[in-house]
Design a protein. Sequence first.
Lengths: 308, 386
Amino acid sequence: MNEPVLGGMASTALDRSEPIFRKGNTNCGGCGMSITLQALRHAAGEHSVQLIIPACCGAVAGGTFPQSTFGVPTLMTTFACSPAAASGAAAVAAMNGEDTRVICFAGDGGTFDIGFASLSAAAERNEDILFLCYDNEIYGNTGGQRSSATPAGAVTTNTPEGKPEQKKDILAVMAAHRIPYAASISLAHAEDAHRKLKHALNLRGFRFLHALSPCPTGWKSEPALGLELVRLAVRSGLFPVYEIFDGKRHVVNIEPDFSDEALDMYLSLQRRFQKSGLTAADLRPAIDRYWQNLRSLSGRIVPARRQE
Amino acid sequence: MTVELLSANHAAALAATQAGRANRKGRGFVSGVYPITPSTECMEFLCQQSFDKGRVVRVESEHSAMGVCIGGASAGARTFTATSSNGLAYMYENCIAAAMLRLPVVMAVANRTLGPPWNIWADHGDALTLRDHGLIQFYCADNQELFDTVLAAFRLAEDKRVLMPVMVNMEGFILSHTVAQTDVPDQAQVDDFLPPADIPHRMNHAAHTLGQIEIPHQTEMHRWQHHQAMLEVPKIYAEVRSEFEKVFARRLADAVEPYRADDAETLIVSMGTIGLTAERVVDACRANGRRVGAVRVRLYRPLPGEAIRALFAGRKAVAVIDRDISLSTGGILWQDVRGLAAPETVVQGYMAGLGGGDVRPEQIEKMLADLAPRKTAGAPAVMEAV
């Protein structure tokens, strides 16, 4: 396998011999979840891995019984309880001295919304779980409804005029649990994503990773442009890529250039923002405020936006 | 063997503790717990126990409590939880998931009225809402029976021909908070009775997915297999009983418990503690030469239909007492068993103690008086205290 998105990295000797997500899956072309799972394969190496997947596109992607496209032991749970089920599985692994990495792999619904109580509680208990959220900012399985991860202005099937409310800041919420590690990962920055996935896999305790996962079907965008969209979101400052250690130390991993051009490009390449007619100028104040806060947390005395 | 003074809640928790410890040579014990009246003391007791190879996870909801059990059982552990009423309703989705995933989770349920309006007292309506989804259900009448049934539930649930969750029910407060002397076996005996759990479809090292998508004919086939497996449960429970008797040298209550029923013209059928009150009424009737007997249904799902049919054969009349109401149709047990009698037997449904009211001998006497002149069964009736 030599996916250009991983810069050819997936074919090194460090790679896992069997893919975590195999060929023949049912994902749409350009699905960010597929890319996330390939990145996970590369980072996981030969770690023993169990996947705990709540209702989400991931539960469908495995295909129908008895075949499965998941190349590791996998449990499909009800929508709201993947962290609870993972707590049970992780407890059994620990008491049997097994070095298994129990990974919750959930969409934004199972993370930000219906799964949140279970997620928050597992984080509070510092369960030995890696929680990996592939956030496509929409309820994809049910045909594209808003979640609390949907950004303001995006049209969904139940916000036909565009969602009025802002996206929930899940990373800050998870950091407030003071878990050992929380980070956002950009699928367009493979090396940074790889480093964080590896770091999270090697840590023990509760680790939370948040990936912005392009959804051509829901975003009404070109399948081939998914990673470009992520790159634009990172570059413009819309999707901050940073990590938080023990809920205290904030480190910005990728410096945006806060380009309005990139932001306008990001918006114009997705038909979901067409109706609300959002422009960079509409989003910029909120992005600046977010980064001012992030700068103060990360201890970097840098203006939110670089002075040209 | 020791004799301990235990509430039924504590008896259930102690049985689960011993069962959990018995799996130390297997993959251990996992329990997810969350408090709710009146089953709280069960989880509190469990949280005070120590396990060489076990963990009790204090979660944020009943839904997650069963979630932990699902994850634990999927990884091969012995699992247990306890709940009541709205907690069970909140757990409902995961109870069904555990059943459909064929995971041998054992749970104690202190039956309580569903609300709001809030009512913390006993009603079987909470557990009965789960009758149709492949969970085994027992209803117990005293502390010893509850303790023994929880132990037996693990053996039954983990039998490879069964592999499904087992709910062991006790009426809230009436039984859950009653303290009674209970024979508690030694751990070595429990170890004998409960060999390490072996869950054949657990997550191991293979690329194996539990709970993935099925298309209609696959689901139909799996439901049919599950249905067939449930039909085998009464037979397998008989094996579990004889194993139990061998190891613990005492009788384990049967799926259906008749009382002075052999020559009875009239039977009083019920579940849980009402059955013991009915037995006192039977004694009083017999003292007056009236041929009345009682039948207590302990195994409600799968319903041991043949055993009940045999007990109903040749009777003049049967009074079925439900501590529940299926709104618009009446008592749930009554609806389940009325078709098991011959057409000439009058099977009349009564509801009593709904929402936790006492069911007194006078009420049951009143039912018998109401039943005696009937030539055919009428609409199910709520029978108030005199």
